[in-house]
Design a protein around this ligand. Structure first.
Ligand code: DC
Length: 223
């Protein structure tokens, strides 16, 4: 049986950075479910389908050709066979993903893909509803969070490092809006699962958070 680690939490808590580190340490696959929602968002943007056109989104979801591959440890997302991984982190795509991920048809379209990946291999999977909805039987569940200020500051620095324009106040507002949408939507809202371990990364660095999760893994991994 595969070992599954579920990591949920708000935008900018450090989920993907930490999950990648843990995956490398344990030789697990890292499954970034946000990238799948982003791929659907990119598809809708490219097709000119607006987020409020639920009927067109429902139709599109019936046959959105998304697939996942790996280049070493790095997850690659393919849309119609085209590797779109490099385009998924744009703010525009993230905001669209946050809006359309509230649509039950969009979530349904990704559910079986996510469950299949976790059934077939040891994974650390991050997202918003992994511990509560996608992998309720995961052997280890983490709820990763940090203060809004700190999360905005991390995004801001990340953009500056990449040489991209960054406006701290705008980033903070976007994060707040995204949190609100993710927490208050009807379908699969962001929630801490009752059996998830809360890890607040506000005052922790990447090494400390990684070590904390590896420690929790070792406590549970009696195989
Ligand atoms: O983690 P991220 O920023 O790449 O996610 C982009 C958006 O996708 C986020 O605002 C919420 C949504 N999402 C979701 O609803 N469920 C998931 N399991 C992962 C992401």
């Amino acid at each position: 049986m595969s070992f599954n680690i579920a990591v949920d939490g708000p935008a900018g808590a450090g989920k993907s950075t930490i999950a990648k580190r843990v995956a490398a340490a344990l030789s697990f696959h890292y499954v970034d479910t946000g990238a799948m929602y982003r791929a659907i968002a990119l598809y809708l943007i490219r097709s000119g389908i607006p987020p409020e056109d639920t009927e067109a989104i429902g139709n599109a979801c019936r046959d959105i050709p998304i697939s996942i591959g790996y280049s070493g440890q790095e997850q690659q997302v393919f849309l119609n066979g085209e590797n779109v991984t490099g385009e998924l982190r744009a703010e525009k795509v993230g905001n669209m993903a946050s809006i359309v991920s509230a649509n039950p048809m969009v979530r349904e379209a990704l559910l079986s893909l996510q469950r299949r990946l976790a059934r077939e291999q040891d994974v650390i999977m991050d997202g918003r509803d992994i511990g509560t909805n996608i992998l309720p039987e995961a052997q280890l569940k983490i709820f990763l969070t940090a203060s809004t200020e700190k999360r905005a500051d991390r995004r801001y620095r990340e953009l500056l490092e990449k040489g991209e324009p960054a406006d701290f106040e705008k980033i903070r507002r976007d994060i707040e809006e995204r949190d609100n949408r993710d927490r208050n939507r009807k379908t699969a809202p962001l929630r801490q699962a009752p059996d998830a371990v809360l890890v607040d990364t506000t005052d922790m660095d990447i090494d400390q958070v990684t070590e904390r999760i590896l420690e929790l893994y070792r406590e549970r991994a009696v195989r």
